[in-house]
Design a protein around this ligand. Structure first.
Ligand SMILES: Cc1cc2nc3c(=O)[nH]c(=O)nc-3n(C[C@H](O)[C@H](O)[C@H](O)COP(=O)(O)O)c2cc1C
Length: 501
């Protein structure tokens, strides 16, 4: 039996990710167990295992005695987690030649590809300075306009599933509620104090004149790049927000206005509330943009209370359509990004990608779909700026293990494997492989195949193990997707003997 990986995931996800992990303070070996648990949570297993002391095996669990989870339902079994970690992941052999994460995009140098995306997470001097100190390479500052909106309260809600309280996030926030003068002051001071960090000024005008004027002001204040927010789904007022991003004529007009106001690189930020993003993207590029930022949030209605019938966030009993973001939107973001990169007229497009990025693996997926830089909001709202540690360390270690020396080498690698539906191999199928050594006979594969598949699994009457009927199996692999123990793996591809179709 090898359930270390499952135990590792389940038990480490019980960690509350405390502010100052009391487990670390109590560790008799002086290990930063809280940081190790965080690295596990953020998929940086190699980084985590590299920090586990060899002497940890003799430990009598002092870390556990301080665990705050014990006040709820029992301490996290930290020694067990570390033992399982060591079983599933060996430390990297070569960590000396860590790849350099520098990247140049639109002529601007980034010390690494990780930026805060335009939102509350980068909305004043003090916040951005703290993020920079922790290692973020830049910020797309909270969208600045010529007016300050009146915000609603509350303005956030989250979609959870099972023990995860937040797989998707909804907000009804508008642009910056600081005055224009305050925002210009923040940008100026940030550039003075952090000259090597990249400041992207996100702007939103109400007409061409405002767009141009804002661009002029941002350049004067010291911004490195202008990002045009054509995409906020909950702006109040006609001709604002994602209304602009769905209208290529407006995108063209406002991008051209910004181009007249600045010589800085321009990113046009796209809305996913559209079928074909390539249309406004082309309009922006034709009008003088240097690249595209994608995606902004997705229009959504969330969490209807079945007593009051108010949806969330409920503002005195009412809510409105608002922007959906976080882990759940990642596949949608990647789809739009690959659409643009696969368009022959946009193949050389510079993209700053975002939408649901939490871990270095998420970020690497965006890079492989052709993004040069990565922007993040929701994961920072949920976990704080400190996720940058595992974003950087995890990406470096991945690159080192795979022989990449520069981030640019990863950019676009997955695109060649995303093909039109009609080009997929439909002549062969891949039967799933059921491995008894990892199977606990729970029957989840049977249930799913029976009610959501092709009735190709039988629970063996004597052994109790699921068994595949190759005459009925079509290789859809729903069983593999739902198996909670990883007992079902990919088999080999074969020409089906029995049927199909
Ligand atoms: C609370 C909140 C406020 C946001 N405000 C802005 C904004 O002012 N300007 C903007 O261009 N995007 C804004 N966004 C969108 C994010 O920058 C980002 O495009 C989107 O949330 C997807 O990334 P994520 O899943 O990492 O959050 C906001 C998102 C959230 C959650």
């Amino acid at each position: 039996m090898c359930y270390e990986r499952i135990r590792l995931k389940e038990e480490s996800s019980r960690c509350l990710l405390c502010l100052e992990g009391p487990c670390s303070k109590n560790c008799s070996k002086g290990m930063d167990t809280a940081a190790i648990l965080r690295s596990i949570r953020f998929d940086n297993l190699h980084g985590a295992v590299s920090r586990v002391e060899a002497s940890c095996v003799d430990c009598d669990g002092d870390c556990m005695k301080a665990c705050r989870r014990s006040q709820i339902d029992g301490a996290v079994n930290i020694p067990g987690v570390l033992k399982d970690l060591k079983a599933v992941c060996k430390p990297d052999q070569k960590v000396i030649d860590m790849p350099d994460l520098h990247i140049t995009s639109m002529g601007v140098e980034f010390e690494n590809p990780f930026l805060l995306s335009s939102s509350i997470v980068g909305s004043n001097y003090e916040m951005v300075a703290r993020a920079f100190d922790q290692g973020w390479a830049g910020v797309a500052f909270k969208t600045i306009g010529m007016f300050t909106p009146q915000e609603a309260s509350p303005r956030f809600s989250a979609l959870g599933k099972e023990s995860n309280p937040m797989i998707g996030f909804k907000n009804i926030e508008q642009i910056s509620d600081h005055t224009l003068e305050e925002n210009l002051g923040y940008i100026k001071k940030l550039k003075e104090d952090y000259p090597s960090k990249v400041i992207i000024a996100s702007i939103m005008g109400r007409d061409a004149q405002e767009w141009r004027h804002l661009a002029e002001l941002m350049e004067e204040a010291g911004a490195d790049i202008i990002e045009c927010n054509f995409s906020c789904p909950q702006m109040v007022g006609e001709g604002l927000g994602s209304d602009v991003g769905t209208n290529p004529d407006l995108v063209r007009e406002y991008t051209a206005a910004v181009r007249r106001g600045t010589s800085l690189p321009i990113l046009a930020k796209m809305t996913p509330n559209i079928t074909d993003m390539t249309v406004p993207a082309k309009a922006a590029m034709e009008a003088g943009a240097d690249g595209i930022a994608a995606i902004n949030t997705i229009k959504s209605v969330m969490n209807i209370d079945l007593e009051s019938f108010a949806s969330a966030p409920s503002v005195s009993g009412k809510s409105s359509v608002g922007g959906y973001s976080g882990k759940a939107v990642k596949p949608i973001a990647l789809r739009f990004i690959q659409d643009m990169k696969k368009d022959p007229n946009l193949a050389d497009l510079t993209i700053s990608g975002m939408g649901g990025i939490e871990t270095w693996k998420d970020a690497a997926e965006f890079l492989t779909c052709g993004c040069q830089t990565i922007q993040i909001t929701t994961a920072v709202m949920q976990y704080g700026y400190r996720i940058i540690d595992d974003l950087i360390d995890g990406l470096r270690r991945y690159m080192s293990r795979n022989g990449f020396t520069h981030v640019q080498e990863v950019v676009g690698l997955a695109l060649r494997n995303i093909v039109p539906c009609e080009n997929l191999d439909r002549k062969t199928i891949e039967y799933p492989r059921i491995r008894h050594e990892n199977c606990v006979k729970c029957g989840r594969c049977f249930v799913s195949c029976e009610d959501g598949g092709h009735q190709a699994i039988v629970m063996h009457p004597k052994t109790g193990y699921p068994t595949l009927d190759p005459r009925k199996c079509v290789g859809c692999q729903l069983c593999r997707v739902v198996c909670p123990t990883g007992a079902i793996t990919q088999g080999t591809r074969v020409v089906p003997k029995f049927h199909v179709g």
